[in-house]
Write a protein that binds this ligand. Structure first.
Ligand SMILES: Cc1cc2nc3c(=O)[nH]c(=O)nc-3n(C[C@H](O)[C@H](O)[C@H](O)COP(=O)(O)O)c2cc1C
Length: 416
């Protein structure tokens, strides 16, 4: 599928989809944006149209994938989280993942760290490199991270949040800094409204809320009412996040919550064309239907070529294994790829994987809302002993220090 040709939508009578459109029953009656219905998202000096942000995703939103998504649509495409300590110590992978290309504009990096000094230094270094947007991750639910008071444990301590944000904003100059968070630890310990207020006081340009607690991980449905409540509680722009699987969900989320923009995560895994569909509906048009299997394979090959160029053939093709599963999700015969995918090590092995499949198969409607990358389990969030007795404390938690610790830490984040 090449960027935008909405004229190609088949007439209902020749279409494989009911009514001619590949849309789930939930969204059948959702209308594209009316003229002037939504404004561009303003993040400091940046004006983002459509108001769509690619979610930071570890192991996913590297430069090759961001470039691929950008070719389809428009918006803000955020890097995966980069650990401040790893970046500052020159850890090869952290530096590579934070890197960009002159064609990438605006350039956006998500930072992860819990030491104000590290965050300040990293922000200054990235600003000197010409970054256009910085985000801090306050929502990571991985047990290894929360157990030491990091990640989604940080918002439990509002004074610590304030210290971290202040250090970033003070070093960012005119570059806008945003926050991404979850609702809280669990239903009994919700922190998002307070964190939103602290963010506003500290000069944060926008707050993004994933409508789940850390205990929920990725289970259940995202709570869009919480996004609406945050919008009521702060004056800075609010970005809603959670369960945007179809472009129509983005419109529904904005209409229902009043949020200023949306963050799209798992919905685009193996579906970079979702950004084209989003651009279309925000501009008031009905998008073309998604690609057939053969067209999806062409996109996959382009994706693989970019990963190979960026990471080298072996590392790039090993990453492609998960992408093959996501791109082929729901197509007939995709299960037969599973065993062979694990052997992918060279670019020329990719196309032959699909040789036996029917490349004319239309995109399966049932795959639109199927979860990718994360399961449906929940967890009991691990916090340091006595953590909840010291909520007024602003002492930064201990993070990884040696390069070996940082590498182990980053491996666990890839799972988060
Ligand atoms: C594979 C994967 C990696 C993720 N890595 C990060 C990350 O690096 N930083 C972050 O803030 N959130 C991360 N997340 C969470 C997403 O940014 C997003 O908040 C979450 O997936 C909910 O949005 P969705 O329902 O659209 O997927 C990750 C999610 C996935 C699926």
């Amino acid at each position: 599928m090449q960027p935008a040709d909405p004229g190609q939508t088949p007439t209902p009578s020749e279409s494989p989809y009911p009514g001619g459109r590949c849309v789930s029953p939930l969204n059948e009656d959702v209308a594209p944006a009316a003229p002037g219905e939504f404004a561009a998202l303003e993040v400091g000096p940046l004006r983002v149209w459509p108001p769509v942000v690619l979610a930071p995703m570890a192991g996913v939103t590297n430069l090759p994938f961001r470039q691929l998504c950008r070719e389809y649509g428009a918006g803000l495409y955020v890097s995966e989280m980069i650990t401040a300590r790893g970046f500052l110590m020159g850890n090869r992978l952290s530096v590579l993942l934070a890197s960009s290309d002159p064609s990438e504009s605006p350039r956006s990096v998500q930072v992860y760290g819990s030491d104000p000094k590290d965050l300040g230094e990293m922000v200054r270094a990235l600003v000197d490199e010409g970054v256009d947007h910085l985000d801090i991750n306050l929502g990571c639910p991985v047990p290894k991270v929360t157990r030491s008071g990091n990640g989604s444990a940080i918002p439990v301590k509002p004074r610590l949040v304030a210290r971290l944000l202040r250090a970033m904003v003070a070093n960012a100059g005119d570059v806008p800094v945003t926050v991404k968070m979850r609702k809280g630890i669990d239903d009994d310990l919700l922190t998002y409204l307070e964190t939103g207020r602290v963010a506003q006081e500290e000069g944060i340009a926008a707050v993004g809320l994933h409508g789940r607690t850390a205990a929920q991980l990725y289970s259940g449905e995202a709570d869009w009412d919480a996004i609406a409540a945050l919008k009521q509680a702060v004056d800075i722009p609010v970005l809603g996040n959670g369960d945007i699987w179809e472009c129509w969900d983005a419109l529904r989320m904005m209409r229902q919550t009043g949020c200023d923009g949306v963050i799209v995560g798992r919905g685009c895994l193996g579906r970079p064309w979702l950004f084209q569909e989003l651009a279309e509906v925000f501009d008031g048009r009905i998008p073309a239907n998604p690609p057939t299997l053969g067209e999806a394979v062409d996109v996959m090959v382009r994706h693989a070529e970019r990963l190979v160029e960026f990471f080298g053939e072996l590392h790039g093709m090993r990453q492609m294994r998960k992408w093959v599963a996501w791109y082929s999700k729901g197509f007939a015969g995709s299960a037969s790829l599973r065993g062979r995918m694990a052997e992918l090590e060279r670019l020329d092995q990719l196309r032959p994987l699909f040789a036996e499949l029917d490349l004319s198969e239309p995109f399966p409607r049932r795959a639109l809302r199927v979860g990718r990358a994360k399961g449906s389990k929940k967890q009991k969030v691990k916090l340091p002993d006595g953590y909840l007795d010291q909520r007024d404390d602003d002492t930064p938690p201990k993070g990884p220090h040696s390069l070996a610790e940082i590498e182990a830490w980053e491996r666990s984040l890839q799972g988060g």
